[in-house]
Ligand binder design. Structure first.
Ligand SMILES: [Zn+2]
Length: 307
């Protein structure tokens, strides 16, 4: 009997050691960082597709089931996903994910948010009313997020704490090395003006000394109007902006129309690994692509090809 009990206990211990943390990430960039930190210790599901607008994700009923079974939810915490995530969470009824519990991993904690208005104003449909939520395209912020995720995983799964912390440290060290390379590649273009369709590049621009202050959308989430486009065209000419960047889910044709009137180039970009071809490898492959394609468009002599 004692032997049998010990056997059962042993089997249970093996089972619990093998049970992986069940993690859901809202967007593919957060998922990529979570994968760097969690490695094979986690089971990872990503909700938004890499080519999908993170503000307006198609909330499938299957997401509710995923959220119901999750031990942790990795999300931006800065209202990027609030429109579609809140109803899913309400449907999932998972006590592990409620606000401020261990499984509620708000990645913006510790990140210095930009464009936070002094007063909350959602008038005219501004979807960045609480500050700009697109902070992960700054590699320094990716480091902060990696450490934050590692702490969360360590607290949920103490047996693998050392592995999580070591993985985050390793990822941060890789980013430090790559950051030098990326900054060198974009250094010749310091102060150059670029135009974006949607205001999701302020953190990237700040990190690399670029100016991305002109947008085809008059306000985040508001479609371009002829009057606004005319204004953008005249400002582009004044600023000598020659590159318009467009995410996969936005209207490239509008960007092409503006480009024709200004002699500019349209460059396909993404904030999510897999959003444009060649970036499927993860966060670092994505940053490689962004830096190299922008350096090329801005007139650099060839830089290292994206991994
Ligand atoms: Zn946005």
């Amino acid at each position: 009997m004692k032997k049998l009990l010990l056997g059962i206990l042993g089997a249970l211990l093996v089972f619990s050691a093998q049970a992986r943390l069940n993690v859901v990430a809202t967007t593919p960039d957060l998922a990529s960082v979570a994968k760097e930190v969690g490695g094979d210790k986690i089971e990872l599901t990503t909700l938004a597709r890499p080519t999908e607008d993170p503000h307006f994700v198609d909330a499938k009923p299957s997401f509710i089931l995923k959220l119901n079974k999750a031990d942790a939810l990795i999300h931006g915490g800065a209202e990027l996903e609030s429109g579609w995530l809140s109803p899913l969470l309400a449907g999932a009824r998972n006590a592990k994910l409620v606000s401020a519990s261990k499984g509620d991993v708000r990645c913006c904690e510790g990140v210095r948010m930009l464009e936070v208005p002094a007063k909350l104003d959602r008038s005219e449909g501004d979807i960045h009313a609480a500050g700009n939520p697109h902070y992960l395209v700054d590699p320094e912020n990716a480091k902060i997020v990696a450490h934050h995720i590692a702490d969360a995983f360590a607290s949920l799964d103490p047996a693998n704490k050392e592995a999580y912390l070591a993985n985050a440290k390793k990822f941060a060290a890789t980013l430090d090395a790559k950051l030098k390379e990326w900054q060198a590649a974009l250094a010749p273009f310091k102060g150059n003006h670029l135009v974006a369709y949607h205001n999701s590049w302020v953190y990237f621009a700040d990190r690399f000394g670029l100016k991305i202050e002109l947008f085809l959308e008059p306000k985040p989430g508001i479609p371009p109007s002829p009057a606004h486009m005319a204004e953008v065209i005249s400002k582009m000419k004044a600023e000598q902006a020659r590159v318009i960047i467009v995410d996969p889910y936005l209207n490239r044709k509008t960007a092409e129309t503006v480009a024709r009137s200004t002699d500019a180039k349209v460059v396909d970009v993404a904030q999510f690994p897999g959003g444009v071809k060649g970036t499927e490898g993860g966060y670092i492959a994505l940053m490689d692509y962004l830096v190299n394609s922008l350096a090329k468009a801005l007139g650099a002599p060839g830089t290292a090809p994206a991994r």
